[in-house]
Design a protein around this ligand. Structure first.
Ligand SMILES: [Zn+2]
Length: 247
């Protein structure tokens, strides 16, 4: 008798086996999802909670307070009226006008002394122009475009301290580097000292008296007579006045 071996079951094809394995509730990872089903992997996606420590919180508080201070002038300006208040140059220089206020000033800008300031090449930027008679203490920022319509009704704008402005350092450096020439504004004392020095070194010149012909020395610009007596002679004659600068 031949020993019979039990017949081995025919090997199942691989595609069939996988079908059996995948028949459970858990599909293979990466298995295609039917269009009307929800991909469980996407639903499970979650972010790790950001760690906000004491340092981060303190940093945000610090930034808030920095901006609160930096934006303070803007907040004050926004809180004030929208109608420009007339102000004079003298009042502004005397500190009688609040900063961060909308003012309109009738002033004469020394446009030839303007300093051009810009944040980028190719843009016209602004012209910072000193106001005549303000001793370079009051400046007007006008458009960099020279073809702008002239401000015939005065210059309206927000009054600010120069050092608070972004262009202040650059403008001051430029002004220091390039001293501007213009009208010298002398004080009365300077004028007096200059006159004194001029007369002190003035040489006497020889003048011939207009009445008697005597020659005499004088530093005067209009000296014409040798003496008070000769001068009186002309005064007595009707119609004969002293000729100014006749010497
Ligand atoms: Zn004389």
């Amino acid at each position: 008798m031949a020993e019979t071996t039990p017949p081995t079951p025919p090997p199942t094809p691989p595609d069939v086996r996988s079908e059996i394995a995948g028949g459970g509730s858990e599909p293979d990872p990466g298995a295609p999802i039917a269009p009307d089903q929800i991909d469980p992997d996407l639903v499970k996606l979650s972010r790790t909670r950001p760690k906000i420590g004491v340092i981060t919180a303190a940093g945000i508080v610090f930034l808030c307070s920095v901006f609160l201070l930096r934006l303070g002038p803007d907040r004050r300006f926004a809180g004030k009226g929208s109608e420009p208040q007339p102000a004079t140059v003298a009042d502004v220089l005397a500190g009688k006008v609040d900063t961060d206020k909308l003012v309109v000033i009738t002033a004469e800008p020394l446009v030839s002394h303007a300093i051009r300031t810009t944040t980028s090449k190719g843009s016209l930027g602004l012209r910072i122009v000193p106001v005549r008679g303000s001793g370079d203490r009051l400046w007007i920022a006008v458009s960099g475009d020279g073809w702008e319509a002239p401000a015939v009704a005065g210059y309206a704008g927000r009054l600010r301290k120069l050092e608070d402005l972004a262009f202040a350092p650059a403008t001051q450096d430029h002004a220091a580097e390039h001293p501007r020439r213009g009208f010298a504004e002398w004080t009365p004392d300077q004028h007096r000292a200059k006159q004194h020095a001029m007369w002190a070194k003035r040489e006497p010149r020889t003048i011939t008296c207009r009445v008697c012909g005597t020659e005499f020395q004088s530093t005067g610009m209009r000296a014409a007579f040798c003496s008070r007596r000769c001068q009186r002679t002309t005064e007595r004659k009707p119609g004969a006045g002293v000729q100014p600068d006749g010497g």
